[in-house]
Ligand binder design. Sequence first.
Ligand code: XIL
Length: 359
Amino acid sequence: MIQSSTRMVYLAPAIALVILVSTLFSCGRTFHTARRPALRVEAANRNILVGAAARSAYLSEHSYAKILGAEFNQLEPENELKFAIIHPSQNLFDFRGGDDLVAFGQAHNMKVRGHTLVWHRQLPPWIATGKLTSSQLKDVLKDHIARVMSHYAGKIYAWDVVNEAFNDDGTLRSTVWYDQPGTGHRQEGTAYIEEALRWARDADPQAKLFYNDYGAEQINPKSDAIYKMAKDFKERGVALDGVGFQFHESASFDNPRSLASVRENFRRFAALGLELQVTELDVRLTDATPESLKKQAKIYSEITNLCLTQPACTAIQTWGFTDKHSWIPYFFPGTGWALLWNSDYREKPAYQALSETLR
Ligand code: XIL
């Protein structure tokens, strides 16, 4: 009796302290969340998706996984579904990286977007070295689309079936799929794209099928050519549901002319009955001064606004989310700082701007 009451005397202050600390902690968290909901909450209120490209190798990094799962409601494998990775040799499909990302997306109630089936880059040597004939390439691509899309049927809701098929001047890019030697439609314009879309529709009739490209955000010869193709496809009932606009931008995007041009471009594609998505947004800088970060924030806000004000625009997705893991410094040397979180996972002004614009 004496013993147990003595123990209470010692324990009571300790218990009180634990309760106090945990109450303070949870209040702080509640306050934080109440002040600014996650991007995915704001986006859902506006009826759009907010996504990020992600890499399976980083899912084991605590801050990376935490932010990705908490802030975004769409995820797109940055590399894992590309030909070289998923189909490295003729008889080998490697779905591991894609499967890990799809599982992460499902566990966090995110939609998963597929990227990409027909592209001239990140091809395995057995395709890129050009040893296959047209008729072999045709069989290979048809089988590739069927195998990859059926593996992810019901798990990946939309696919960039064809990526970057046009040159900036609006001509078709010369690639292994088009005319080197191509899948049997060289000099037949967009026929090879049409055929790939038909194969994709057969492979997964539920998936939304996109054409995706960069440098076609504004009205210019490239977007004119894509528009012409899309119009033709819609008129003839070819399976095309949407167009993805990559939006790899720099600080020079910040002028009224580019905004007006994107708005007009979005309008003409939307009028065809297509869904539009911002698929690979990043805004690269040459330094990270407060002025540069502010300008970047403004551009993020403007692009978000362009999507919000166009009813056909259904998603805004950034290409990665932390400057720690961004393709930009490697592909545009001398630039970087392109994303919403810095390399220490701190929210940047661009994050605040995106969040406020969504609200
Ligand atoms: C990039 C990835 O981010 C890099 O990790 C990879 O090394 C090269 O490809 N347009 C696209 C994307 O459609 O697939 C590219 O992704 C960026 C440009």
